[in-house]
Design a protein around this ligand. Structure first.
Ligand code: GUN
Length: 324
């Protein structure tokens, strides 16, 4: 029997605060330099409640950091043509530096065409094929916020990446694939797993860094977890069944109590109890990866603003935009 390890909790809220404070300081600097105010436009088509919640926290964070924000809400019946026309208008609007089209889009909308219509210089989600290609080539690019946040969190928590075997469960364009590229850049050895991977738990047990991004509540249990691994849980799954909460969090747990008060709770893709005492470090849900996603969106918006509007006539760009 393996001795219990004192598992570290990787505090995404604290690191996100740190990133946002730095972004805020740079924005204050931009304002002093020449009155530049970064602008972010979010486009929501339809009325998905989860998307609405994400967008309201994005708007709130923009306000905290003095980023101008616009929310364009369109009905679910919006056509491809109408949506492309709105994005065209935002592409031409000089006060808007970043355009975010909230996913998923309703059925009937051609997601690839829509994401390709965002100007690559305003593509703060990093979903445009040009930015995807640049990231893959190791060139400077606007890159997706969740994987950026994961790498930022691991680095700021002094987790060494070089030479580690990273196993990513999930091959989405938003998390799994771009994260694989970023971890390759950090000199990890990368394995991507998905729904057809054979002997998934065995592959996961070979990981030094295990990333769960599949959207299946508590799927990665103790069988997937090697002693000493660093676990990054990207899942945000809402539970509404009391029996499931009782089973996952335990009788008498504070989570069960809060579920009984609120009627729902969140769980990641990793079992909420199994990695503790086995893994070296774990990102909790909530409070792990989630807060970093918004912080990196703010950072990308500042970067897009500087690259598009801030360079002419200025001698020294803010540090994080210099290499781009
Ligand atoms: N839906 C879930 N995650 C994301 C994201 O990072 N960006 C956008 N635009 N939509 C999402």
């Amino acid at each position: 029997m393996q001795a219990r390890i004192d598992t570290r909790r990787l505090d995404g809220r604290r690191v996100a605060q740190e990133v946002k404070r730095e972004v805020r300081e740079r924005i204050d600097g931009l304002e002093r330099l020449g009155g530049l105010v970064p602008g972010l436009a979010a486009v929501l088509v339809g009325d998905d409640p989860a998307s609405r919640t994400y967008l309201s926290s994005k708007t709130k964070t923009c306000r905290e950091l003095d980023i101008h924000s616009e929310l364009l809400q369109l009905p679910a019946e919006t056509t491809n043509r109408q949506l492309l026309a709105e994005i065209g208008r935002l592409n031409r609007d000089d006060s808007i530096d970043g355009i975010l089209v909230q996913l998923p889009l309703p059925e009937g909308i051609d997601t690839h065409t829509v994401l390709s219509s965002v100007h690559p210089a305003k593509d703060v989600d990093g979903f445009h094929p040009l930015n995807v290609g640049r990231l893959t080539l190791g060139q400077p690019a606007l890159a997706p916020c969740t994987p950026l946040g994961i790498v930022e969190l691991l680095k700021r928590e002094s987790i060494v990446l070089e030479g580690k075997h990273a196993v990513i469960v999930g091959r989405s364009n938003i998390v799994g694939k771009p994260l694989a590229q970023m971890l390759l850049q950090e000199n990890c050895t990368v394995t991507i797993c998905h729904s057809r991977t054979r002997q998934l738990s065995e592959v996961c047990r070979r990981a030094d860094l295990l990333v769960a991004a599949i959207g299946r509540p508590a799927m990665l249990t103790r069988d997937f977890i090697k002693p000493g691994v660093v676990v990054v849980d990207v899942g945000v799954n809402r539970l509404e069944d009391e029996e499931q909460v009782r089973r996952l969090f335990g009788e008498g747990s504070t989570r069960l109590e809060s579920f009984q008060r609120r009627g729902s709770t969140l769980v990641g893709d990793v079992h909420p109890r199994d990695p503790w005492g086995v893994a070296a470090a774990v990102t909790p849900v909530p409070g792990g990866v989630g807060p970093l996603t918004i912080a990196m969106l703010m950072s990308n918006t500042l970067r897009a603003c500087w690259l598009r509007r801030g360079q002419s006539g200025r001698k020294s760009p803010p540090s994080e935009a210099r290499t781009s």
